[in-house]
Design a protein around this ligand. Structure first.
Ligand code: NI
Length: 385
């Protein structure tokens, strides 16, 4: 909203948010390279008279409204980064950056939270607290949230709300549930070391391909035999590299993969089981193996009480509230929830394709209702109801 005297109409406001989303869509920037995106967000906020919170950040923006009457601080979070994917939507406002695309709809999230900021700015004097807006970089790397936390973005904040578009939900629908919503994201690299030899003289060497094959199969027993049937986990081996030609047994094979869980107890069980299997199976074949473990975001766990507020607010606004299926994709929003209670909401966007698809789209009609919803949710949380 401009700071001028003329209040825009509903349609003008909606069109402005759509224009913002499409502008972001045309200039997608990947994790930690969101310089133009950052500049644009800062300009939109300052044009609306919204104060920026200056934190030591190369990319990403933090801003605030309210606080004139004291009161608590509530945060609304959007992620702003794009993906290294070549867009294939054929849209008139498709990406103009070769090889980059907003294929996860973070442009949509940014437009929604900007819209909420514009609305809350209009009622700033009456707000019973402060609403802080986090425009977070590098969600796709899983590290942007931690960076913002480290730089002080959560200082004084008592609750946080975030969103992700959901292509399989229709516009006008929101998916809200307490507890686990998205999975923890860990990764591993395994190196199996044998002894190279002529393919026709295998007994003179130690074949890492046979050992690695047994490891891949044995790892499937983690979920089926070590995890409770009532819990959930995914262990996927996603890369295998070894060998250079048909008549040589190589000396090494590299494996890689990912582990997803919804419960911290389950998550903690897996690295030890994985190491034991990898090292034990390799040893059984006379090979050696090492494991490198990469810990990513924990699972997204929605606070029960705030979830109730989020669902009630949505219903009051005429949105259809559904209980979403948890997804084994991850979200670094989970890091905020390790510090303060929060809710991550799925917003229906009637998409044509799943997240990260080159022809992924969102329906722009979902922007304005979501913006009003998050503004009202923030006010509700400030009032503690
Ligand atoms: Ni995303």
């Amino acid at each position: 909203m401009s700071t001028g005297t003329k209040q825009p109409t509903e349609t003008e406001w909606e069109q402005k948010l759509i224009a913002i989303r499409r502008q972001l869509h045309q200039y997608p920037e990947v994790a930690y390279e969101e310089y133009e995106t950052t500049r644009s967000i800062r300009n939109w906020l300052t044009d609306a008279g919204i104060r920026l919170v200056e934190l030591p950040l190369e990319t990403g923006v933090v801003a605030e409204v309210g606080g004139h009457n004291g009161g608590p601080v509530i945060a609304l979070r959007a992620d702003i980064d794009a993906l290294p994917i070549q867009e294939e939507t054929g849209l008139p406002y498709a990406s103009t950056v070769v090889g980059n695309m907003h294929a996860c709809g973070h442009d949509f999230h940014t437009a929604v939270i900007l819209g909420a900021a514009f609305l809350l700015k209009q009622q700033e004097e009456k707000l019973p607290g402060t609403v802080r807006f986090l425009f977070q970089p590098a969600e796709e790397k899983g590290t942007g949230a931690s960076l913002l936390i480290e730089r002080g973005a959560l200082a004084g904040v008592s609750a946080i709300f975030g969103l992700h578009n959901k292509p399989d939900l229709a516009v006008g629908t929101v998916g809200i549930k307490p507890g686990a919503l998205m999975a923890s994201v860990d990764g591993f690299e395994i190196e199996v070391e044998g002894l190279g030899t002529h393919a026709a003289i295998p007994h003179a060497g130690i074949d890492p391909i046979v050992a690695a094959s047994q490891i891949v199969t044995a790892l499937q027993s983690i979920v089926s035999r070590s995890i409770s049937p009532l819990a959930n986990a995914v262990v996927s081996v996603t890369t295998i590299h070894g060998g250079t030609t048909w008549n040589v047994i190589p000396d090494k094979v590299a494996l890689g993969g990912t582990v997803r869980t919804f419960q911290e107890e389950v998550r903690r069980q897996i690295p030890d089981r994985l190491r034991a299997i990898v090292e034990g199976v390799a040893a059984a074949y006379g090979a050696k193996a090492s494991v490198r473990w990469f810990q990513g975001p924990p699972s997204v766990q929605n606070d029960a009480e705030l979830t109730r507020l989020a669902a009630e607010t949505a219903a009051r606004r005429g949105l259809q509230v559904v209980t979403p299926e948890p997804t084994s994709a991850g979200e670094d929003f989970a890091y905020y929830q390790q510090h303060i209670p929060g809710v991550f909401v799925f917003v229906g966007t009637s998409g044509t394709n799943e997240w990260h698809h080159p022809a992924f789209t969102v329906d722009d009609r979902a922007i304005a209702p979501a913006a009003s919803y998050f503004a009202e949710l923030a006010v509700g949380a400030l009032k503690g109801r």
